[in-house]
Design a protein around this ligand. Structure first.
Ligand code: FE2
Length: 177
């Protein structure tokens, strides 16, 4: 199934904060333009969702899975936070992967993918909470060791987004409603 902009827009309709809803839709329009090509990008070179539309597919799977996990644990977080953290968690990959004649090329931006994701949010007037920033920064793990050594204080949002990311990466086409 090809994931398109309408599926993201439907998902963003669930966002209660009007300003966030407007800004996240503007960000979506921006990344879906021809030059940014969000809907065409792969999510990785080798690991998972390595096909055209892979990044959008993975992102929507993470959003839906994170909503499901949040509900399963009694909704400790608002859906606004869940949708925002999930949507942002891999957006920086827009600047990393691209299709060429030889397959997928991985570029090496001078800052992390997570920093690029957060920059995109700020560019569109989205100011993620410190919790959402942490969940984006640590969506791919690493937080438990840092927490053990008391470098950071993770919250359950880190675990929700990280778990949703792992599930999507492993099961690929899993979609929870
Ligand atoms: Fe991811």
């Amino acid at each position: 199934m090809i994931i398109d902009k309408i599926q993201f827009k439907k998902c963003f309709d669930k966002i209660e904060d009007k300003t966030l809803r407007k800004n996240i839709n503007n960000l979506l329009d921006y990344i879906c333009n021809k030059r940014k090509g969000f809907l065409e990008k792969p999510s990785a070179k080798n690991h998972h969702h390595t096909y055209k539309n892979g990044l959008a597919t993975h992102t929507l799977e993470v959003i839906n899975t994170a909503i499901f996990l949040n509900k399963s644990f009694g909704k400790p977080y608002s859906e606004d936070e869940i949708i925002l953290a999930s949507f942002l968690h891999d957006l920086g990959k827009l600047y990393v992967y691209r299709f060429t004649d030889r397959g997928i090329d991985a570029m090496r931006p001078p800052v992390s993918e997570e920093a690029l994701s957060l920059r995109l949010a700020y560019k569109f007037g989205i100011n993620p909470s410190i919790d959402v920033i942490g969940a984006v920064e640590f969506a791919h793990g690493g937080w438990s060791n840092l927490a053990k050594n008391k470098y950071i204080q993770p919250t359950s949002l880190y675990a929700i987004i990280h778990s949703a990311d792992i599930l999507s990466a492993n099961f690929g086409s899993m979609v929870c409603k």
